[in-house]
Design a binder for this molecule. Sequence first.
Ligand SMILES: Cc1ncc(COP(=O)(O)O)c(C=O)c1O
Length: 269
Amino acid sequence: MRTTTNHAETFRSIPTHATPLSDTKLTSLLDQEWSQFKDNTRASGEESKSAALVIPLGVPSSFQYWEPYPISIKSAQGAWMTDVDGRRLLDLSMGFGAMLVGHLNPAVVEEIKGTLEIGTLFVTPSPISRDAAERLCRRFAIDQVRFANSGTEATMYATRLARAVTGKDAVVKVEGGYHGSYDPLTVSAKPSLDKAGPADNPTPVHSAGAISGDVFVVPYNDLVALERTFKENSSKIACFIVEPVLENLGIVLPDAGYLEGVRNRFDFR
Ligand SMILES: Cc1ncc(COP(=O)(O)O)c(C=O)c1O
């Protein structure tokens, strides 16, 4: 049983003991839930079928697909979304944080409307990007920002920058960590258990079609494994990439001292 202490800034509580649910009970409960889901989401099912004719899996990004089909959203306001079946759903994801201030927040809507009146794409610098950068730097106490169109692009540039600065190529990433679709960062994003190897020393599982190069995979919340990987491979490693809170496997919070240990290990500042 793990005895790890919670991180002071999170709400993780680890039970001291647990009784596993019976598989039969679990299967029957899940069958009931999925049957109810299908009854309540017929229009999403139809929408998914039509979309799959013109979009792979019927989704704009593959991770949005799940069995039997994802819910399709018609509109949203504030913290609430309306799906194509007319159900009102509380949005607990908020675009993974991108919709931090809520859907159709009036301040954002006003800014966007204003932008439509002055032009949207100049392909040369504009005071509007300088202004946005200044606000972000002030707000998060950082020196500079580079804008990117997607998370994939941002993590790709970060990796490339680390490789250029260090003159090394290998990447260390966390098993189950998700950073978008740049080849090395897709390694072990959600490996199947039969390929994943031991929990304390995971086997890197590469995705089909990706040319990943050298990628070392470490377990989350494990400073010992991180240290070992760096000791054994420091001549090859360009960077370590980690989500502060692992989000791809459900929400997995950092243990006390983990993120601090990572920062201290690399002495970033
Ligand atoms: C932590 C993290 N990094 C990168 C990405 C990739 O972002 P995008 O889908 O915009 O390429 C995501 C997307 O969910 C993410 O959660």
